[in-house]
Design a protein around this ligand. Structure first.
Ligand code: AMP
Ligand code: MN
Ligand code: MN
Ligand code: MN
Length: 280
């Protein structure tokens, strides 16, 4: 049981790195990648717990990227979390978050919800990583919306009243940092970017040309149709296939740890790559 995408409270997950690893082990996961957004801070704590539990921890990160005006997420798997170039790149990616959160708070105030900035900051265990997820959790907690999905659909999602445009890093730069840290680059949940077949194919080709190794085929955010489409395009573009729950919290995750479907026929698993040899 391999799960190559998950979050702790060092970014927008709800569990500490140790609690996450403990839950994964309890649910039968044998190898888990901790891939917090724009930070590697949780990896050392997760590594200690993984050793205690006899679980293989794949050191990872999920980098926020701006590509043609759109936000993409690129996972780095098997990275060296002490690589200084990666760390300074991630610090740069995180640097605008507090200001953006302030702006989101302002937008929510004019939508009738004052104090959301302060609440989101206090929900974020890592002051460097205030994310839209923290706003959404607060909005649900005070009954401003009925669930997380409504928070994004009505307020926080792209083009909605509390959406604040932000420029992250470039695709090429994110991949370079990951490679410099000895890792593999995996395009996260490609079905979530609202791209039709032809543009998705173009993105996959560009990702491959920049040095990308794999795309997520199995992801909690993919429908059966999206799994089939990504599984068909990936091998054509020379990309390996990855699988991850994108687990954030026992309360608001679409899929719990340890519940992943197998990769479809025709996909070459990313764990066949020598850089993830620890998984074989
Ligand atoms: P940010 O990096 O601050 O823009 O926050 C992005 C995070 O919001 C993602 O990593 C997801 O965890 C979460 N997110 C995005 N869209 C949704 C959604 N529709 N429902 C629940 N969570 C979402
Ligand atoms: Mn997230
Ligand atoms: Mn993501
Ligand atoms: Mn994620």
């Amino acid at each position: 049981m391999i799960d190559l995408h998950s979050h702790s409270n060092r970014s927008d997950g709800a569990l500490t790195p140790s609690a996450l690893v403990e839950r994964a082990a309890r649910r039968g996961v044998k190898a888990l990648a901790l891939t917090d957004h724009d930070t590697t801070e949780g990896l050392s704590e997760a590594g200690v717990e993984a050793e205690r539990q006899g679980l293989l921890l794949v050191p990872g990160v999920e980098i926020s990227v701006t590509w043609n005006g759109r936000t993409l997420h690129v996972l780095g798997l098997g990275i060296d979390p002490t690589c200084t170039r990666l760390l300074s790149g991630l610090a740069q990616v995180r640097s605008g978050r507090m200001q953006r959160a302030q702006a989101i708070g302002g937008r929510l105030a004019s939508q009738g919800l004052p104090g959301a900035f302060e609440a989101a900051v206090s929900l974020a265990a890592n002051p460097d990583m205030v994310s839209r997820t923290h706003f959404a959790r607060h909005m649900v907690a005070v009954g401003f919306v009925k669930d997380m999905s409504a928070a994004f659909r009505r307020y926080l999602g792209e083009g909605k009243p509390a959406y604040v445009r932000h420029t992250w890093t470039s695709l090429g730069e994110a991949i370079d940092w990951i490679h410099g840290a000895g890792g593999l680059s995996v395009l996260a949940h490609p079905g979530r970017y609202g791209l039709r077949r032809a543009r998705l194919h173009a993105l996959f080709s560009e990702f491959r040309a920049c040095g990308g190794a794999a795309v997520e085929v199995i992801s909690s955010s993919h429908s059966a149709e999206q799994v089939a489409l990504v599984a068909e395009l990936a091998p054509r573009c020379g990309l390996l296939a990855s699988a991850g729950s994108d687990f954030h919290s026992p309360e608001d995750s679409w899929l719990d740890l340890g519940q992943l479907a197998p990769l479809p026929q025709g996909c070459v698993p990313v764990w066949d790559d020598p850089k993830l040899a620890i998984l074989n």
